[in-house]
Design a protein around this ligand. Structure first.
Ligand code: KG4
Ligand code: ZN
Length: 345
């Protein structure tokens, strides 16, 4: 079975062709057209510009995916497109284009939840399927969720951020420090560099909600703490590179401490067999390593996406599309594809 995945929920225009044989997924192509250069001057995604870019780029990206895979659209068996959550103007471009393709070529079509896509990203090219129940930490620019997966297709959000998402905290703090956009990779890079230094500045930042009994998160206080700290330091003199690096490193530690602590506590409470990590922030090497080591210490298996599938991509949407198609959980006609942000429908 060949699935065409389409993802336009935010600022990445993506198309992928995924092959399923014997229930195993194999990514044939995964094309992503990034808009980072366009949004960089705004320090975040400018919604109307993102939609315009999707309109311009989506036909090219789909054509390129088909060309690279050496496939014709007639050979596609299913179209899977992101239906939410995301920027509505961006989602509508992908959905309308996917519906048109489905209508013109008489193909089944399925609308996919973006978060289910991130969950699926840990399964791409995996030879073994994660043992369930599992807990999945989804950390991206828009989301910080702990999802309990009891059986395939059954999702329960057991914890989430009350304000900023983890990726958003990375982005906003990097902006305060003048480290550029997107902030996650910039802070990650600064922290890695800092670890090689012999003399390091000691900075202490809070670990918001680390001791709270529930599995919710809050990162806006961390951002405020960095804002006040930099304001006070700047009263003396402009921030040095060393100070910026030290604050970036401590920011990363603070975010990772909270994420790892809560994920493992949820994993123990729900007695899961596997811990999964996904979303753009899962590209962070330190987070990947620590969560893997700590999960193994508890005797749990650990799954993470390959680096190229950590941030938004369409291969993960194609795989989630296959799951929904196979389980007949959703209808596959054009009129059933509507904007909908619910994870479980
Ligand atoms: O999943 P994604 O591509 O888009 C959303 O669905 O939001 O995630 C993007 C987020 C951004 O906030 C970015 O700063 C963060 O992922 N990110 C990272 C790293 N690479 C990307 N955060 C921490 N460390 C990284 N290496
Ligand atoms: Zn995402």
């Amino acid at each position: 079975m060949i699935i065409l995945g389409i993802e336009t929920s935010c600022d990445d225009t993506a198309a992928s062709l995924l092959e399923i044989s014997g229930n195993k997924p194999k990514v044939i192509t995964s094309i992503i057209s990034s808009q980072v250069k366009i949004h960089v001057k705004y320090g975040g995604v400018f919604p109307s510009l993102a939609a315009r870019e999707h309109i311009k780029n989506l036909p090219k990206v789909i054509n390129l995916a088909l060309k690279e895979a050496d496939l014709e659209i007639s050979e596609v068996d299913l179209i899977a497109v992101t239906r939410g959550p995301g920027l509505v103007s961006s989602l509508l471009v992908g959905m309308a284009f996917a519906q048109t393709l489905a209508w013109k070529y008489s193909k089944p079509i399925i609308g996919i939840n973006h978060l289910e896509g991130h969950i699926a990203s840990t399964w791409l090219n995996e030879t073994t399927t994660p043992s369930l129940p599992a807990i999945c930490l989804i950390v991206s620019g828009g989301h910080t969720e702990l999802v309990l997966i009891k059986k395939p297709g059954s999702y329960k959000i057991v914890g989430q951020t009350l304000d900023d998402a983890a990726g958003e905290a990375f982005d906003k703090i990097a902006r305060i420090l003048g480290l550029g956009y997107p902030g996650g990779p910039a802070i990650d890079k600064a922290a890695v560099k800092d670890q090689t230094k012999k003399i390091r500045l000691k900075i202490e930042l809070p670990r918001p909600m680390i001791n709270s009994k529930n599995f919710d998160f809050s990162f806006s206080g961390l951002k405020t703490a960095v804002l006040y700290l930099t304001r006070d330091l700047k009263k003396i003199k402009p921030l040095t590179k060393k100070q910026k690096t030290a604050i970036a490193t401590e920011t990363q530690h603070a975010i990772i401490d909270v994420l790892v602590n809560k994920t493992l506590r949820a994993a123990m409470k729900y007695k899961v067999k596997s811990v999964m990590l996904s979303g753009g922030v899962s590209a962070n090497k330190t987070l990947r390593d620590i969560l893997e080591q700590e999960s193994h210490k508890l005797g749990m298996r650990f799954y993470k996406p390959e680096m190229q599938y950590t941030t938004d991509n369409a291969a993960m949407i194609a795989l989630a599309g296959y799951w929904n198609y196979k389980s007949k959980k959703q209808k596959t006609d054009i009129k059933s594809v509507v904007v909908n942000a619910n994870l479980s429908i």
